[in-house]
Design a binder for this molecule. Structure first.
Ligand code: NAD
Length: 350
């Protein structure tokens, strides 16, 4: 597609979405952004610090307008499309935490499937490109000796979160085939970076260690994840939006496969904590996928994308960010999050 002038970003107050807004403000300030977010427990306007919310320009000329609302709101979407005439939509809005989907999947179905479908409808009506942000979890799990997933691998999601993401992917591809919806899908591996809600493994581990608590590690810690710096993902999403072929899926993997126990040990080392004290094994999560790994050669070939961050540097920076932004995560670790943590890990946060 031609370079977009006006983009609708959904879920742009969450982890990856807000990093994408910061990415645009630095590298593509000419793009005008409307950011539609429901501000669930995971949405946080502090993630957008330094960026005006009312459309007034930054010194670089970047304009960002925040709209508090739900992607399931058909009328609101229609109004926004008429008002701003978007030439692209990037859908980050989601319920994104596997553990919460095991406690109840209603909201996951509503936002990740029905909400995503509303975006497909409105994009089709206005002939607008949709970038659907998806995940490697739609492929299910890999055994240690299996080759990484390609875009052709079958979808075998094993938890409710992953199933709703797979459902949205399939709906989007069916809209491409049936009606010619201009849609591109990215599936990334686990992201890490600043502003990630501390229920996810890395920020939970770091903030626990900073508070003198242990990292809860599921099962024996042998599960393998492939880590991708959020900035690399944002660049990949931008490249897929602007260069990707309609109706195509692009894997965006981070190359670095690490067992969870190994990651926990590396974090203990970075924070100067004895792993004997810093790691606590907890009962495994049901349907816990053993391993994810992505073959991202299509993204390299067609988009020119490759991850640039080294994991060791990324982890050092990550620890530094959480050290320097204690106020940000301390606020989150009170209230609703505290109740969730206590319910899930059976341990109190004092
Ligand atoms: N975090 C990862 O490692 C990862 C990896 C692969 C793919 N993804 C995908 O990337 C996307 C973003 O993930 P994240 O980690 O930033 O999630 P997040 O939970 O941090 O943020 C989600 C955002 O969506 C908003 N939202 C939720 N429901 C909404 C609704 N109905 N209408 C409007 N806004 C709504 C929330 O308020 C929040 O700001 C998700 O689609 C997720 O499936 C994430």
């Amino acid at each position: 597609m031609a370079l977009p002038r006006t983009l609708l970003i959904t879920g742009g107050a969450g982890f990856i979405g807000s990093n994408f807004v910061h990415f645009l403000s630095h590298f593509h300030p000419e793009v005008q952004v409307v950011n539609l977010d429901k501000l669930t427990y995971a949405g946080n306007l502090k993630n957008l610090e330094g960026i005006p919310l009312d459309g007034s320009p930054t010194p670089a000329g970047f304009r960002h307008t925040f709209v508090h609302g739900d992607i399931q709101d058909r009328r609101l979407l229609a109004e926004l499309f008429v008002r701003y005439r978007f030439d692209g939509v990037v859908n980050f809005a989601a319920e994104s935490h596997v553990d919460r989907s095991l406690q109840g999947a209603d909201e996951f179905i509503r936002t990740n499937v029905l909400g995503a479908h509303e975006l497909m409808r409105v994009c089709l009506e206005h002939r607008c490109r949709l970038l659907q942000v998806s995940t490697d979890e739609v492929y299910g799990q890999l055994m240690p000796d299996e080759p990484p997933f390609t875009e052709e691998s079958p979808l075998r999601p094993r938890n409710p979160y992953a199933a709703t993401k797979a459902a949205a992917d399939l709906m989007a591809l069916s809209y491409f085939e049936s009606f010619g919806l201009d849609v591109v899908i990215t599936r990334s591996s686990n992201n890490y970076g600043p502003r990630q809600f501390p229920e996810k493994f890395l920020p939970l581990a770091i903030t626990n260690l900073l508070e003198g608590r242990a990292i809860p590690v599921y099962g024996t810690g042998e599960n393998v994840r492939e880590w991708l710096h959020v900035e690399d993902n944002c660049r990949g999403i931008w490249m897929a939006l602007t260069r990707g072929r309609s109706g195509e899926v692009y894997n965006l993997g981070g190359r670095d496969e690490v067992q969870n126990i190994e990651m926990a040990r590396r974090l203990c080392e970075l924070l100067g904590v004895d792993p004997e004290q810093g790691i606590r094994f907890v009962r495994d999560r049901p349907g816990h996928d053993l391993r994810y790994a992505l073959d991202s050669s299509k993204a390299k070939r067609e988009l020119g994308w490759e991850p640039q961050w080294e994991l060791s540097r990324g982890l050092e920076e990550l620890v530094r960010w959480y050290r320097e932004n204690e106020e940000w995560w301390q606020e989150i670790r009170s209230g609703e999050y505290r109740k969730y943590y206590e319910r899930h890990y059976g341990e109190k946060i004092d």
